[in-house]
Design a binder for this molecule. Structure first.
Ligand SMILES: [Zn+2]
Length: 553
C-alpha cells in the first residue's frame, strides 16, 4: 500500500559504499557499448519523467530548524549508496563504464541497469534479467538451497546472504556490511538532534541513530509514533521489502526529510473523527459495515524536501504509511503521511496535461489541486472504512481474495474516498464545488490506468473506468474527449462501493476474478486515447531536483 505508489533522484556524491569489507559481487559486464539509436531511445525514456524542485516555505522554520535540515539531508543521503548496493552492487563500476550521458542518467534514475517502470526490462542489452533477489543473495543460489539451509538469520529483514570461502551460505548483517557508512548516518542524526527544540523529535533522532548501528528499530519506531507536535520529520533506515522479489524478506534502505504542514494536519485530524459516522452510512447492506473503524490513526500533511535510496528510485510515492513493525502497530497504530508538494507536482506536470487532452473543454475548469489533494488524501483514510474480515467465516478479506486482494482494496479506497468527500461536502465540512472532486477523480483514472495491469492501482482504475462507462457516468465525444454525467456518476459511485464491499465481505474470490477478467482491461478505444498522451510527451512520473541549494538554505 505504500505504493499509493509510484513514487526521484539525485545521486549523493558520497563515499562509495561498503563493499570494501566483503567479497565484491561479480561484475556483470566488462564493456558497455551504446549506439546512437540507443541514445535517442534513452532520451525518450528520461523524458517520461518531469523534473521538479523539492521546496518548502522557509519562513515557517525556526533558526535551529534551518540548522537541522542540512544535517538531516546528509543523514538521508547516506541511504543512497546502501540502496544502490542492495539493488545492484557496485554503482561506481557500473556508471563509470557508461559513457553516453542519457543512458547513464537513466540507469542512475533506476538505481541499476533495469527499467523499473517497464517491468525491470534491461536498459542495456548486455544485461540479462534482473535477479529476483536483487543483490541480497548470491546470484547462483537457488530457492531450494536457501530453504534447506539452517542458517540463523537467513530470513531476517536486515541481512545479506553471501557465500564464505568454502562456498557455504552465510548471513551478514547490514550493521556489519555498512558499518562505516552507518556510523556517518548515525553521527549526522545525533548532530541534528542537538539542535532539536521538540523533545519528541530529539528522542526519536537519538534512538534512530542507535537503531541504525544495531539493526534494531523497535524503540525508534515507537518513539516516532509518540511524536505529535514536531514540525520536522525524517524517515530513515531499511524499511520496505519490495526490492527482494525472491522472498520478500530483505528491507531496502531509504530516507525522506519532511516538513509538516501544521494547518492541513489539523484539518485532517478533524476529518478522521467522522470515520465512525461515515462507516455507518456506507451504501451497502448492514451486515457488511459492522466493523468499527479506528480513529486513532495519525494522518498528517507534509512537504517532502529530500528523497533517497529506495524512495527515490523510479516512480515517486505521494503518501507513506508506517511503521511496518506489527508490534508497534498493535501498541501505537500507524501514521499516514501525505506528501503535499509532491502531489502538487504530479498534479501540475501530469494530471492537468492529461485533463487538457481528455476532459471535455466545458468541464476542464473543474480540475483543481484542492480536489486532487482531497481525493488522494481520502483514498488513504478510506482504507480504514469497510470490512477487513469476511462475514462467512472465510477469515480475512486479504487471505480469501489472495492475488486480487490488493487491487480490490485499492479500488475500494478510491471509490470510498470519493464517497467520503461527498458526505463531508454535504455536511459543509469540505468546501469547493462537488463537480471539482468528481471531474478531477475522472482525470485521475486516466492517470492511473497508465500504470498498467501489473499494478494494483492500474487494475483498480481499469475496473472503475469500465464500470463507470457501463453506468453512463461519462460519455466519449467524437473529438476523443470525455464528458462526465454528474448525476449518474453519483449513482455509479454508490453501486460500485456496494459491489466491492459485498465482494470483500463475502471473500468471493471467483466473482472478483470474473470482475477483473471482464473489467480489468483497457478497451481499444481508451488505449488509442492514452496513446495520444504518450505522443504529446505527457510525463508518466516525476524526478526531483533536491538539496540545500534547491531549498535556498
Ligand atoms: Zn491505497
Amino acid at each position: 500500500m505504500k505504493k499509493i505508489f509510484l513514487a526521484v533522484l539525485t545521486l549523493g556524491l558520497l563515499v562509495s559504499c561498503t563493499e570494501k569489507t566483503k567479497q565484491e559481487p561479480k561484475k556483470q559486464v566488462t564493456t558497455i557499448d551504446i549506439s546512437k539509436t540507443d541514445a535517442s531511445k534513452m532520451k525518450a525514456k528520461l523524458n517520461q519523467y518531469a523534473k521538479v524542485p523539492l521546496t518548502t516555505d522557509l519562513s515557517k522554520l525556526t533558526a535551529k530548524e534551518k540548522k537541522m535540515i542540512p544535517l538531516l539531508i546528509k543523514a538521508v543521503q547516506t541511504m543512497d549508496d546502501l540502496f544502490w548496493y542492495e539493488a545492484y552492487g557496485d554503482k561506481d563500476a557500473l556508471l563509470s563504464q557508461i559513457k553516453e550521458a542519457n543512458t547513464r542518467d537513466f540507469v542512475a534514475l533506476n538505481y541499476g541497469p533495469w527499467d523499473r517502470m517497464d517491468d525491470n526490462k534491461p536498459i542495456l542489452a548486455s544485461f540479462g534479467e534482473k535477479p529476483a533477489g536483487a543483490n541480497y543473495y548470491p546470484k547462483d543460489m537457488t530457492k531450494e538451497e536457501f530453504e534447506k539451509s539452517n542458517l540463523v538469520g537467513k530470513d531476517s529483514l536486515y541481512t545479506f546472504i553471501e557465500r564464505n570461502d568454502k562456498g557455504e551460505l552465510v548471513a551478514v548483517g547490514f550493521r556489519d556490511k555498512f558499518r562505516t557508512e552507518l556510523m556517518k548516518t548515525s553521527s549526522y542524526l545525533m548532530q541534528a538532534a542537538a539542535f532539536a527544540e521538540n523533545s519528541g523529535l530529539k528522542n526519536y533522532l537519538l534512538a534512530r541513530a542507535k537503531g541504525l548501528l544495531d539493526d534494531d528499530y523497535y524503540n525508534s519506531d515507537a518513539l516516532w509514533m509518540d511524536m505529535k507536535t514536531n514540525h520536522l520529520d525524517v524517515v530513515i533506515g531499511p524499511i520496505e521489502t519490495y526490492e527482494d522479489q525472491l522472498f520478500g524478506y530483505k528491507a531496502a534502505h531509504e530516507g525522506y526529510v519532511l516538513v509538516k504542514d501544521m494547518e492541513w494536519s489539523k484539518k485532517l485530524a478533524h476529518f478522521v473523527s467522522f470515520l465512525p459516522e461515515l462507516q455507518r452510512g456506507l451504501p451497502v447492506a448492514a451486515k457488511y459495515k459492522q466493523e468499527k473503524p479506528g480513529t486513532k490513526s495519525d494522518l498528517n500533511a507534509y512537504d517532502a524536501i529530500y528523497y533517497s535510496g529506495e524512495a527515490n528510485c523510479g516512480g515517486k510515492t505521494i503518501a507513506i504509511n508506517l511503521p511496518n513493525d506489527e508490534r508497534v502497530q498493535l501498541k501505537k497504530g500507524t501514521r499516514r503521511l501525505q506528501l503535499k508538494n509532491v502531489m502538487q507536482a504530479k498534479f501540475d506536470k501530469i494530471l492537468v496535461p492529461i485533463a487538457d487532452e481528455l476532459i471535455d473543454p466545458s468541464q476542464r475548469k473543474h480540475i483543481t489541486f484542492d480536489a486532487f489533494f482531497a481525493n488522494t488524501m481520502f483514498h488513504e483514510v478510506a482504507h480504514g472504512l469497510g470490512i477487513k474480515n469476511t462475514i462467512n467465516g472465510k477469515g480475512t478479506v486479504r487471505k480469501s481474495l489472495q492475488k486480487y486482494a490488493s487491487a480490490l482494496e485499492e479500488g475500494k479506497a478510491d471509490i470510498l474516498g470519493l464517497y467520503m468527500v461527498m458526505q463531508l461536502h454535504k455536511k459543509g465540512e469540505l468546501g469547493g464545488d462537488m463537480k471539482d472532486y468528481m471531474t478531477t477523480f475522472m482525470a485521475s483514472i486516466f492517470r492511473s490506468v497508465r500504470f498498467g495491469a501489473a499494478d494494483s492501482h492500474g487494475i483498480a482504475n481499469m475496473v472503475r473506468f469500465n464500470y463507470f462507462k457501463e453506468k453512463g457516468a461519462f460519455i466519449r465525444n467524437d473529438k476523443g474527449t470525455y464528458t462526465l454525467n454528474y448525476e449518474k456518476i453519483t449513482q455509479a459511485m454508490n453501486d460500485l462501493s456496494s459491489l466491492i464491499l459485498t465482494l470483500q465481505g463475502d471473500g468471493n474470490f471467483d466473482a472478483v476474478a470474473q470482475l477483473v477478467k471482464d473489467k480489468g482491461i483497457i478497451p481499444a478505444q481508451l488505449q488509442k486515447d492514452l496513446d495520444r498522451l504518450s505522443e504529446k510527451h505527457i510525463p508518466v512520473d516525476i524526478i526531483f531536483e533536491q538539496g540545500v541549494e534547491t531549498l535556498g538554505l
